[in-house]
Every structure is written in structure tokens, then in C-alpha cells.
Design a protein around this ligand. Structure first.
Ligand code: GTP
Ligand code: MG
Length: 361
């Protein structure tokens, strides 16, 4: 399952966002360092295609795709030198697939801390870059020595040198000019900033009309690095309150505020998008289910998402796009009228494909 880790200053709203997404469990409080140990939780990926197919098939079970969120303590200026909680707790998010920067913009005299999201951004990025710099510095000389015996280590040292150059200027790797090759080589090092970043600008409940305006300076700060970074303004508090309501009341509350489905689905969708994740579906009377794959994956690899045997013994896939299937009304009907495509091992699965695999082991 894909994992996303929250970072931000104390009181930025990380635990509130976590609760909204993962259904509660974290302490959200108006004092700094409310969170000490990481909270780990799962959120379902909302998907209307899945809901429609489940209804069509009268499925007994509906299984959405899911993602994991990790909420950790707040960073402060000087964390790398031990200020606040220090930065050791960042280890809790080393192995996530992407980071979510939570930046506060909401004013509230009862909640201490700065309210300028750019100030948050500057401090958080400096501390993340310093933490990564520490990791790189602690290992680079040993790797450099290793090149004398083993020349195949040279590309790794080149990548480390490039990373060190960016990090020592306080630039996180996701917004540096590091090449894709270098990023790939550095992946096993689990650096905090060698991952895509989603940025949540947490605005106040009376600032909903100015959401884009408040996020604009942050968007501007990331100009030119957009492939690895996405910025979303939202009022975390309202979303968290709405998330606690039964579905009907939630819809009503969000509609009254003019928030549509709310921002949580957008956070999840944007987070998956950053990682190039796609969804294929299976549907039947027993269950309808959404499965996650990486863009560009071929049919056997997708079969393997369901079960290793499906991939090893892959013969073919029967395939139809979800909306076409929905229009026809059932899998059998689609088969009857010859609308099920037979795809082989070179088929690149598309987002929204409904699949059935034939295999033999
Ligand atoms: N007014 C207002 N308060 C908010 C908003 N989002 C969060 N808060 C409040 O701010 C306080 C801090 O929120 P948390 O979610 O605990 O912040 P955190 O980032 O987890 O903080 P640490 O765990 O200390 O790093 C809580 O009292 C929240 O209720 C918001 O959008 N508006
Ligand atoms: Mg917290």
C-alpha cells in the first residue's frame, strides 16, 4: 500500500488532517508537540466508478483501494540541532512514498504559532534539507572510498555529490535540478526529500472564499517544480468536522459551505496522482474491487496485483472500460455482444479498465 507522511510545524493541523482522512485516532490540540509518537492510519480511496459497478453487479462486498497516512510530531527551526522534539522522529516517515507538507494559514489567537504559510514552508524545508544533508554527509566519504575497489559505486557517489550540493543550499531534492537517474540511484537511501511532495495550505473557516489567493504565494514558491509538487488549499478543521458526520449530514454541510465533495477526496486523488498511481477494477456478485497499479503497467503485472499466480500463469485478460460496461449493464451482456476485448501480455492497462484474468499454474 502506498504511504504518505505528514510534515509541518507544531499546530499546523497535521493531526487534524490525519483524523479527517483516517477516521480519527490522533490527538489534535492547540499546543505545540501534541503529537510525539507517529499515528499510522488508512484511508479509502473514493471512487464513483467502483460504486457504480458494485451497484450494477449487486456485489455483496465493495473493496476500495486504500492509502496509508503517517502523522508525526511538529518540526521547529533548529530541529536538526535538537530544538523542539529534535528531528529523530522524522525516521517515522523515511520510508513513505511521498510527503505531505501541512502549512498553516489560518488565524486563531488560541493556537500559537505563525500563520504565514511561506514562513512555515521555509522552516520545514530547511529542516528537511538539513536532515537529508546529515544522512548524506554521514555516508558519502565511505562510499567515495569504496569506489577505489569497486568502480560501479561511482554513479552513486556522483548522485550523492549532486544531492549534497542542493541540500547544502537548503534546497529539498524534490525541488532541485537533480536528474531522474540520480533520484533513482538515491532511492534506497530513503532520503526525506527525494520523494514527491503534496502541499496542504490550511486556511481558516472564514477564508474559504480566498482559498486560491492564500495558496498563491505557495504555488508561486514552487513555480518550475510542478511535476513533483502539488498545492491544495483547504480548511482542515471544517473537513475534519464534516468527516465525523454521517454521510448525508456531511454532504449537506459541505454543500452549504460550497465545498462540493470536500477537499479530502482531492487530497487522496492528488497524492495518488503524484505517484503515477492508476486504478483498475474487478466486478461480480461476490465483490467489486478497485486495485492500484503504476501508470504504464502491462496486463500480467496488474494480474500480479491480485495474486502472484495470476501473473506467473497469465494467459490473457478480458477487458472493457468501466463506463462502457456500465452502459451495457452486465459482464455477461458485454460478452454476448462481443464487447469484451481479449488482451495479451503486452497490453498496457488503462485507468478505469475492468478486467478478468485467465491464468494457468
Ligand atoms: N481555527 C482553526 N484551528 C485549526 C485548524 N486546523 C487545526 N486547528 C487547530 O489547531 C490546533 C493544532 O492542530 P493539530 O492538528 O493538533 O496540529 P499538529 O500539526 O498535529 O500539531 P503537533 O502535533 O503539535 O505538531 C488544534 O487545536 C486544532 O483544532 C483550522 O483550520 N482552523
Ligand atoms: Mg499532531
Amino acid at each position: 500500500m502506498e504511504r504518505f507522511g505528514f510534515v509541518g510545524l507544531p499546530n499546523a493541523g497535521k493531526s487534524s488532517l490525519y483524523n479527517a482522512l483516517a477516521g480519527g485516532g490522533a490527538l489534535a490540540a492547540p499546543y505545540a508537540f501534541a503529537t510525539t509518537d507517529p499515528n499510522v492510519g488508512v484511508a479509502k480511496v473514493p471512487d464513483r466508478r467502483l460504486d457504480a459497478l458494485a451497484e450494477m453487479s449487486a456485489s455483496k462486498k465493495v473493496v476500495p483501494a486504500s492509502v496509508q497516512f503517517v502523522d508525526i510530531g511538529g518540526l521547529v527551526e533548529g530541529a536538526s540541532k535538537g530544538e523542539g522534539l529534535g528531528n529523530r522522529f522524522l525516521a517515522g516517515i523515511r520510508e513513505v512514498d511521498a510527503i505531505v507538507l501541512v502549512l498553516r494559514a489560518f488565524p486563531d489567537p488560541d493556537v500559537v504559532g505563525p500563520t504565514d504559510p511561506l514562513e512555515h514552508l521555509a522552516i520545514v524545508e530547511t529542516e528537511l534539507a538539513l536532515a537529508d544533508l546529515e544522512s548524506v554527509e554521514s555516508k558519502i566519504e565511505r562510499r567515495r572510498k569504496a569506489t577505489k575497489l569497486d568502480r560501479s559505486v561511482i554513479p552513486e557517489v556522483d548522485a550523492l555529490d549532486a544531492a549534497m550540493a542542493a541540500l547544502s543550499e537548503g534546497t529539498p531534492l524534490y525541488r532541485s535540478t537533480l536528474s531522474d537517474e540520480h533520484r533513482e540511484i538515491l532511492r534506497p537511501w530513503f532520503l526525506l526529500t527525494n520523494k514527491p511532495a503534496l502541499v496542504v495550505v490550511n486556511i481558516g473557516d472564514d477564508q474559504l472564499g480566498d482559498a486560491d489567493l492564500l495558496a498563491a504565494p505557495v504555488v508561486e514558491a514552487f513555480a518550475g517544480t510542478d511535476s513533483l509538487v502539488e498545492v491544495l488549499p483547504m480548511c482542515v478543521q471544517l473537513e475534519a468536522e464534516a468527516a465525523q458526520l454521517p454521510a448525508d449530514d456531511r454532504a449537506e454541510m459541505l454543500a452549504e459551505l460550497g465545498l462540493g465533495e470536500g477537499a479530502l477526496p482531492r487530497v487522496i486523488v492528488a497524492a495518488r496522482h503524484l505517484l503515477g498511481l492508476r486504478t483498475f477494477l474487478t466486478t461480480g456478485e461476490d465483490e467489486s474491487r478497485a486495485w492500484t497499479f503504476r501508470a504504464g503497467a502491462k496486463a500480467p503485472e496488474c494480474a500480479g496485483v491480485i495474486h502472484g499466480d495470476f501473473q506467473r500463469g497469465f494467459i490473457k485478460a478480458e477487458c472493457i472500460h468501466w463506463d462502457e460496461l456500465l452502459e451495457l449493464g452486465s459482464w455477461n451482456k458485454a460478452k454476448e455482444v462481443g464487447k469484451l476485448r481479449i488482451e495479451g501480455k503486452d497490453y498496457e492497462v488503462a485507468d478505469g479498465d475492468v478486467l478478468e484474468f485467465r491464468f494457468n499454474v
